[in-house]
Design a protein around this ligand. Structure first.
Ligand SMILES: [Zn+2]
Length: 233
């Protein structure tokens, strides 16, 4: 997967001086298949001022390895970017990490806080050529506030879980959640994440599988994933 990302970048970048490659890993699909130690290893080797040629050759096809090695590396310090594994910066992340939640929920929460949930609105802003209209109701652009709070289905989910928030003056769902991380007790946070996760699950079932899931099923499923995980601990 990372190899494809790198190759895609290289095909597009034929000239210019200093360049950077950001490795984008689709965690929602691959979270249980990523070898975190490998990823960390790879990222830290990229943080060095030269490629680890032996390692690149060991992991990539010959032509790809050659192409990778020709990319100049930045000569300044590069911050280790595997922030979701063991960064010690940021109280918010520490708090996420301590929550009694499955790993995939923590990743989701972190993505929400960093506004990296791949809603259509965000993909459009990254140059992906899509109509940014909400695929569920066509009433608004598909942005976080719409999907997770304003859209009628989201309201039903919040209601079903017995929590409600006044979002009228909220302009950024990510900032709202970061604020909640700093102020809420864990039990409330877990409930918030269960709602958000269930809404996203339902949205993806609709968009990718063309299946319609009721808000009750979406919420029950989300709660069940958390309970099953907690039982297994
Ligand atoms: Zn909508």
């Amino acid at each position: 997967m990372m190899e494809f990302e790198i190759m895609h970048h290289m095909k597009r970048k034929h000239s210019g001086g200093e360049g950077e490659i950001a490795l984008k890993v689709d965690i929602s699909k691959a979270y249980d298949r990523v070898d975190w130690n490998y990823l960390k290893h790879r990222m830290s080797s990229m943080g060095m001022k030269q490629w680890d040629v032996g390692r690149i050759k060991a992991h990539f096809l010959e032509n790809n390895a050659k192409a990778i090695i020709t990319v100049p590396l930045p000569q300044r310090e590069v911050k280790n970017m595997v922030v979701w594994v063991e960064s010690t910066d940021g109280e918010g992340w520490k708090k996420i990490w301590r929550l009694a939640l499955p790993h995939i929920f923590k990743i989701f929460l972190w993505r929400f806080c960093t506004n990296t949930i791949p809603v259509i609105n965000r993909l459009s802003s990254k140059g992906v050529n899509l109509s940014d209209t909400c695929p569920m109701c066509s009433m608004d652009a598909e942005h976080l506030l719409h999907v997770f709070f304003n859209y009628q289905f989201a309201s039903q989910c919040w209601g079903h879980m017995g929590v409600s928030y006044d979002m009228q003056n909220v302009t950024s769902a990510s900032e709202w959640l970061i604020n909640k991380l700093g102020t809420c007790m864990n039990a409330e946070l877990i409930k918030i994440v269960e709602v958000l996760w269930g809404v996203w699950f339902r949205r993806n079932r609709r968009v990718w599988d063309d299946k319609i899931v009721s808000h009750v099923i979406a919420m029950d499923w989300s709660v069940k994933v958390v309970i099953d995980w907690q039982k297994a601990q």
